[in-house]
Ligand binder design. Structure first.
Ligand SMILES: NC(=O)c1ccc[n+]([C@@H]2O[C@H](COP(=O)([O-])OP(=O)(O)OC[C@H]3O[C@@H](n4cnc5c(N)ncnc54)[C@H](OP(=O)(O)O)[C@@H]3O)[C@@H](O)[C@H]2O)c1
Length: 320
């Protein structure tokens, strides 16, 4: 089968498409013919090996996993003997950390895999998990409740577009901060108020918020502290200093810093699927590229300017 592989850390050009062995499912696994997979910021971190601490997980001497691709959607090609939930031909989606940038991937039946939401395309389904699961983990960590006020800073990214919709679903009053070209999108996703960061600074509008969710790693606790209500929470997705601030603010003062670690279960994937089917959530897809254009797709993701998600599409490709 064709797969995108890399044998060393580095810039996007270390990625190349190669013929590799097709994986064989274990008894509790499903072999999926991948139709679409995202190129995410996580993939970019794994590929570049930056920050260096990431290599503790991905391999100190070089990448332990040759094939990236955390989030994917496709068709069940074959099932292991013990699999009962899925059958050949089922349309499925999910997340597994690695292996999605290939024509086939093996995933555990009990893993973060589910039937695709009714009516979703492969590209839309592939784009559900990256931002959706990270935003869900962050909002739960912040204990966002009905009636609370939240700012989603960087509301146009994969995590940000998901956070706006999920915060609305949890009953919060949502202020979305993004640039001029994405204001309409933020409103369409359900934001109650929008702030164009190119024109205005939300920290100077005199308002206070229960939660400031920095969904793109471009703000800081120091800068938005004055905008946090009493016992307010700043939630970060990036910046190792926020780990230390998390420990410090747990002991000192009444405003907290939380670092949102990616953590998700199969039930979280099912939760997002149900929200999509109820019309309360959608994955935003910016651009789609063929598998062979993975370097170009990755360069675009690394501009930091994508809106929502970028997808590699294998739908029209030969698979074998
Ligand atoms: N904690 C974790 O587990 C984890 C895992 C993966 C990634 N991350 C981190 O999470 C962050 C978000 O990832 P993502 O994939 O959602 O990001 P993304 O999709 O790459 O975010 C890009 C968006 O951010 C907007 N943006 C850029 N600069 C901005 C600024 N100064 N203010 C407001 N918006 C700005 C861009 O729009 P404009 O350029 O048009 O403004 C673009 O729409 C990244 O920092 C990533 O490293 C965390």
């Amino acid at each position: 089968m064709r797969a995108v592989v890399h044998d060393r850390y580095g810039a996007p050009h270390v990625l190349r498409v190669e013929e590799v062995e097709r994986p064989v499912p274990q008894a509790d696994e499903v072999l999926v013919r991948v139709r679409a997979a995202t190129v995410s910021r996580t993939d970019c971190g794994f590929r570049s090996g930056v920050p260096f601490a990431m290599r503790l997980f991905t391999g100190l001497g070089g990448p332990k996993r040759r094939i990236l691709g955390s989030d994917w959607a496709g068709e069940v090609e074959a099932c292991g003997a013990a699999v009962t939930e899925f059958a050949g031909g089922d349309h499925v989606f999910g997340t597994r950390g690695f292996g999605g940038h290939a024509e086939f991937i093996c995933v555990r039946e009990s893993g973060r895999t589910a039937h695709m939401p009714t009516g979703a395309t492969f590209e839309e389904a592939a784009a559900v998990c990256d931002g959706g699961l990270k935003a869900l983990a962050a909002l739960r960590r912040a204990d966002l409740r009905e009636g609370q006020r939240i700012v989603v800073y960087g509301a146009s990214g994969a995590i940000g577009t998901a956070a706006v919709q999920l915060a609305k679903h949890f009953g919060a009053d949502v202020t979305a901060v993004c640039d001029t070209r994405n204001l309409e999108l933020a409103r369409a996703l359900g934001a109650d108020a929008v702030v164009d960061y190119l024109q205005d600074d939300f920290t100077k509008n005199g308002e206070t918020y229960d939660v400031v969710f920095d969904a793109v790693g471009k703000h800081s606790f120091r800068r938005c502290r004055g905008s946090l209500a009493r016992r307010g929470t700043y939630v970060a997705t990036d910046g190792l200093e926020n780990l230390a601030l998390g420990v410090w603010t747990a002991c000192v003062g009444e405003k907290r810093v939380l670092f949102a670690m990616a953590s998700a279960t199969k039930s979280d994937v099912l939760f997002l699927k149900e929200l999509i089917e109820k019309g309360k959530y959608r994955a935003v897809v910016d651009r789609s590229y063929p598998l062979e254009a993975v370097v170009e797709a990755t360069r675009y993701v690394e501009t930091g300017e994508k809106t929502g998600n970028v997808v590699l599409s294998l739908a029209g490709d030969r698979a074998g």
